[in-house]
Design a protein around this ligand. Sequence first.
Ligand code: ATP
Ligand code: MG
Length: 871
Amino acid sequence: MTAKEIRESFKKFFESKEHLIVPSAPMVVKDDPTLMFTNAGMNQFKDIILGNATPKCRRQADTQKCLRVSGKHNDLEEVGHDTYHHTMFEMLGNWSFGDYFKKEAISWAWEYIVDVLKIDPADLYATVFEGSPEEGLARDDEAASIWEQFLPKDHIINGNKHDNFWEMGDTGPCGPCSELHVDSRPAEEKAKIPGRELVNKDHPQVIEIWNLVFMQFNRKADGSLEGLPAKVIDTGMGFERLVRTLQGKTSNYDTDVFQPLIKAMADMAGCKYGDDEKKDVALRVIVDHLRAIAFAIADGQLPSNAKAGYVIRRILRRAVRYGYTFLGQKEAFIYKLVPTLVAEMGEAFPELPAQQKLIMKVMQEEESSFLRTLENGIKLLQGVIDDTKAAGKTEIAGDKAFTLFDTFGFPLDLTELICREQGMTVDEKGFDACMQEQKNRARNAAEVKLGDWVVIKEAESEFVGYDYTEYPCHIVKYREVKQKKGTAYEMILDQTPFYGEMGGEVGDSGVLVSENEEIQVLDTKKENGVAIHIVNKIPAQPEAEFMACVDVDRRHAIESNHTCTHLIDEALREVLGEHVEQKGSLVTADYLRFDFSHFEKVTPEQIRQVEHIVNDRIRQNIPLQEFRDTPIEEAKQLGAIALFGEKYGDKVRVVKFGSSVEFCGGCHAKATGQIGMVRIISESSVAAGVRRIEAITGAAVEKLMDDAQDLQNDIRALFNNTPNLLDTISKAISENKELQAQVEEFKSQKAAQLKEAIISKAQDINGTKVISGVLPIDPQNAKDIAFQLRAQFPERLLVAIGCAAGGKPTLTVAFSDDLVKEGKHAGQIVREAGKLIQGGGGGQPHFATAGGKNADGLKSAVDKVIELSQL
Ligand code: ATP
Ligand code: MG
């Protein structure tokens, strides 16, 4: 079977077991503060598992794009070096939300693997949770006895808490799990060592393929466990590992998932996979990382300097470095593999072909800019490694690793990798300390301690904020959030008009008022589908009825900016072309920011055009048409464009202002007139192929115009309220230029006169002509005069001029060349004499100057020069 056929067979099998087949959620996670990337199939069902949402079907199955490069699951270091861990991989999964449990989960897994896919049962091993006395948990005999219907007892292995007890996090749903392992060693090896001894021992041919998680507990903040009311089945099977098993290969990279990519890369590098282990590792790393990067960009995550964007940048740089060091790639190369990737995976993941151009452009640019510094960085690091070795040490200093990070963009793991290749390590603590110092870069999440939820009322939370900004409500539950900067509380309400931050729109703030008290709502966040109100205190009577009141002025400004974002989006497509696609958006009360795909700078004329179109639509006062709970197919017929990287349910909300139609869950103006006016205040580049504009609306535009008007009036007042400001100013500028030229002319004339005057007063001291004096000129003139005199009197000459133009005294000294030959040194003399003007200076033997602070000392300084010259 080909990879594509295997993917389909999984879906078909679970469809036959009445599962709803759902699409993969985006790999980039947007509304869960604990997670940057989807790292398991269950992520997209978290709100269902937590009881915040009702599943549309209690049985579901899918293939999910996962990325394991940060946080709880980080397989980055294994990738390429072993043959069965990837950064990005597909996880096939089936779910039961309060429906079937262990019996069906295990027997269906068996049926699929053995009856459908015909994997030899003799090669299969199952693990079960052995129990944990300190948790008061017994062995999972239930799962074991089900496995016993299929497997001999010596193929069922007890596993510890680490491998066989799954937890969502420090708190929340958890439970035992059972893994299915496959032994694909040759028969003679199997005869020597039984497979059961190699399960979970990192043997490359005895690997885990499927994990069946039985969520039956909830872990509380104090660590204790309670029963979960609606039990959940969550299974995850590594697609690439399954394909490899079925295709009889010993490495995931030997399957048709990776071979076309490896071949393309090997061709580009002029080598052959399998000839040289170092090159093979590089080839594996590159094709693995390519998938991760391409899918992340397709899901809207561009490489950047922080958070999820930095993770992607790190992966890309890691791949570039492997190509550079082991495959001789000196110019951007990974992006050239994208067409092959699209050909292989584009059918199952349409986001890839749709954005191929953008993906390639972004990658090429990232690769090139990193390659520009890579060479220097590697040289620097090699120097550090050599020095460290010479000093008899094996650990690179942390600050050196930090310099590489900060100046050359070497992620720590890259530095560590290069070091490891030479038997060295890096002082991570020292690196972290440097990182900490550079605070603006280090954005380490403030440590938070979450208390248990205190439940006041059993109820679901409903958002009423599209229709109301004030609404009566009750508190459902609250908890304490302890942070370094103080304690706040999170609160969930049964009905709330407060919009929780999501989809780029900031959350509402306001107050909760009861008969006796008032509570500030500082912010509202949306987490796993529920609006969480951040409040300053817990009410004395939490059961009381409250009036929830949104800060209406702020909300209106947010609405205006959000509606305006839609109008700008549409106008950009009209002005620049249909390729414009939203790549990011931020809507606050003060301004809006909109990122979109476009391959060159937007010209000032185009910006104007966009503004005019949008302002026109604002003046038309187009009313909001809102379609809630619309089936997604109907929504598409309305003309709404689905964005890649967004997770849509079956029912969506569509927001329409005339010809602008968008999927949107945000808050909007009742009609476009509310916006007042728009002004785009900046246009810039975010990444290759992605532009950013920032704009303001309504009162903010009014303020901008007031400020501009005031400034103009002030300027006009300076010019006697001239009616034609522009002409007056340009006339003033050219007059000024003319005057400047005249002044320069006068200055040099004056200098010439002064020169004649001091020549006429020249002294003769023992045969040397001494021309000196304190003159009202600037230092440049003094220098000019000194050199002119040197030319005019080439023999036995000393020039000593003091000047104090602009209040800054300067002493200028020059000797003729014959006196220099006799040993006179203007630089030394000026340094000494300069003390009399409280200054210092120096220069060459034939010419030197000193600047000082005390103009009163100039005369005596000039005399001192003559004295020190010992003529
Ligand atoms: P392992 O111990 O092999 O790292 P795991 O215990 O981390 O696996 P789970 O978190 O249970 O794996 O994930 C479910 C399944 O996903 C695994 O059985 C495996 O088939 C697959 N899988 C996990 N991590 C990776 C990875 N980095 N690359 C490819 N497949 C993976
Ligand atoms: Mg793992």
